[in-house]
Design a protein around this ligand. Structure first.
Ligand code: NAD
Ligand code: UD1
Length: 341
């Protein structure tokens, strides 16, 4: 059985679905601070099975000890965390407590229970403002400009030190680039509980009429059209990457870092135009100044994950946007777009 912390959230739910579809048993631990219990019903509808669920906090050591005593957990995928950059600037202690403290508590409970296989949701944000593209795993980690990014880097360092001190550990640090999209059924996707900060969820809310216009943050970057360029990756490709990484960890010890990205960069305007083409909906834009802490360009070299895990992202930008829009339409009972094959 695989324990997924934060498994009711956007990425964890897609990972749970993928693991269950390949026959694994999944137990989700989530305090639902940024997700809904109904996600469990959606996973059950799509897989024909219900994941196990414990409502609780990853910082609760006593609860973790009970979970490891009660369930035959072989490995943990640690997705639980807080991820809003602006909020992390306003409430840094809450971010360090959850993202770093939660990781320490989880690792202590795992070691106590004799479970040493761990995959961690890290982020390309740990590279900071890397000057050379694409970014491979040998690039130095930078100085993340906000407490969220710092907390991810600190959590990585905690796990690296831990692995150095005890060779029984098998730890995978998965550095996600920009996950977007949804399950192609349109039944599972990202459901922000407050105003979204990231490009895609905001764009979807503009397209579905919940918000007036999309702010484009900066059009004077050194990129082909002046807007920021990112490596958007389909959440189902990301989920498949977790399954491959977990398989790899079963056969090797130590700490392993893998970028999960496509290797392709798209600008904000390219994403908007592709979305308009896929959905047939025009997105009103307002050009604004650069957002504090943003970088111009960021895309992955995904070669290491290909050679070591046999994994690469397969789904196109159009597919990511069509799936995301189908999910948004489902959420708002609007007319869904046809499947892109
Ligand atoms: P999400 O907010 O949808 O999911 C996180 C889940 O963790 C939520 O269900 C939330 O309720 C739960 N959670 C938060 N604090 C908890 C706690 N103390 N105890 C138990 N559960 C708790 O976010 P996501 O997009 O699915 O991200 C998952 C992980 O991936 C996070 O660690 C995030 O930092 C990381 N990440 C996300 C992105 C992205 O763009 N989505 C990019 C890079 C890294
Ligand atoms: C952001 C975080 C990063 C985090 C990641 C996933 C910042 C500075 N970085 O990355 O730490 O790991 O989310 O949670 O917040 N954009 C707009 N209008 C919008 C929203 C975004 O133009 O309303 C632009 C941004 O300027 C950027 C691109 O779209 O160029 C992507 O932004 P976003 O989706 O927020 O992701 P990142 O900035 O890459």
């Amino acid at each position: 059985m695989i324990l997924i912390t934060g498994g009711a959230g956007y990425i964890g739910a897609h990972v749970a679905l993928e693991l269950m579809n390949q026959g694994d048993d999944v137990l989700i631990l989530d305090n639902l601070c940024n997700s809904y219990r109904s996600t469990l019903d959606r996973i059950a509808t799509l897989t024909g099975r219900r994941p196990g669920f414990v409502l609780g906090d990853v910082r609760n050591r006593a609860l973790l000890d009970t979970i490891f005593a009660d369930y035959p957990i072989e490995a943990v995928i640690h997705c639980a965390g807080l991820k809003a950059v602006g909020e992390s600037v306003r409430e840094p202690l809450r971010y360090y407590d959850t993202n770093v403290g939660g990781t320490v508590t989880l690792c202590q409970a795992m070691a106590h229970a004799g479970v040493f296989t761990l995959l961690f949701s890290s982020s390309a944000t740990v590279y900071g403002d890397c000057l050379t593209m694409p970014i491979d795993e040998t690039c130095a980690t930078g100085q993340p400009t906000n407490p969220y990014g710092q907390s991810k880097l600190m959590a990585e360092n905690v796990m690296k030190s831990m692995v150095c001190s005890d060779e029984r550990w098998s730890v995978g640090l998965l550095r996600y680039f920009n996950p977007i999209g949804a399950h192609r059924s349109g039944l599972l996707g990202e459901a922000p509980t407050s105003t979204p900060n990231n490009l895609l969820p905001y764009l979807l809310q503009v397209a579905s009429g919940q918000r007036a216009a999309l702010s484009v943050f900066g059009r004077d970057y050194e990129t082909p059209d002046g807007t920021g360029v990112r490596d958007y990756i389909h959440v189902m490709d990301l989920a498949e990457g977790h399954v491959k990484a977990l398989d790899a960890l079963r056969h090797q010890h130590g700490v392993h870092v893998w970028n999960l990205g496509t290797g392709m960069g798209y600008s904000v305007l390219e994403v908007v135009r592709a979305f308009e083409k896929v959905s047939g909906i025009s997105v009103p834009l307002v050009f604004e100044g650069r957002r504090a802490g943003d970088i111009a360009r960021c895309w992955a070299d995904p070669e290491k994950a290909l050679s070591e895990l046999g994994w690469s992202a397969r789904r196109s930008l159009e597919r990511m946007l069509a799936d995301a829009w189908r999910w948004e339409c489902h959420l708002h009972e609007a007319k869904a777009v046809p499947l892109v094959s």
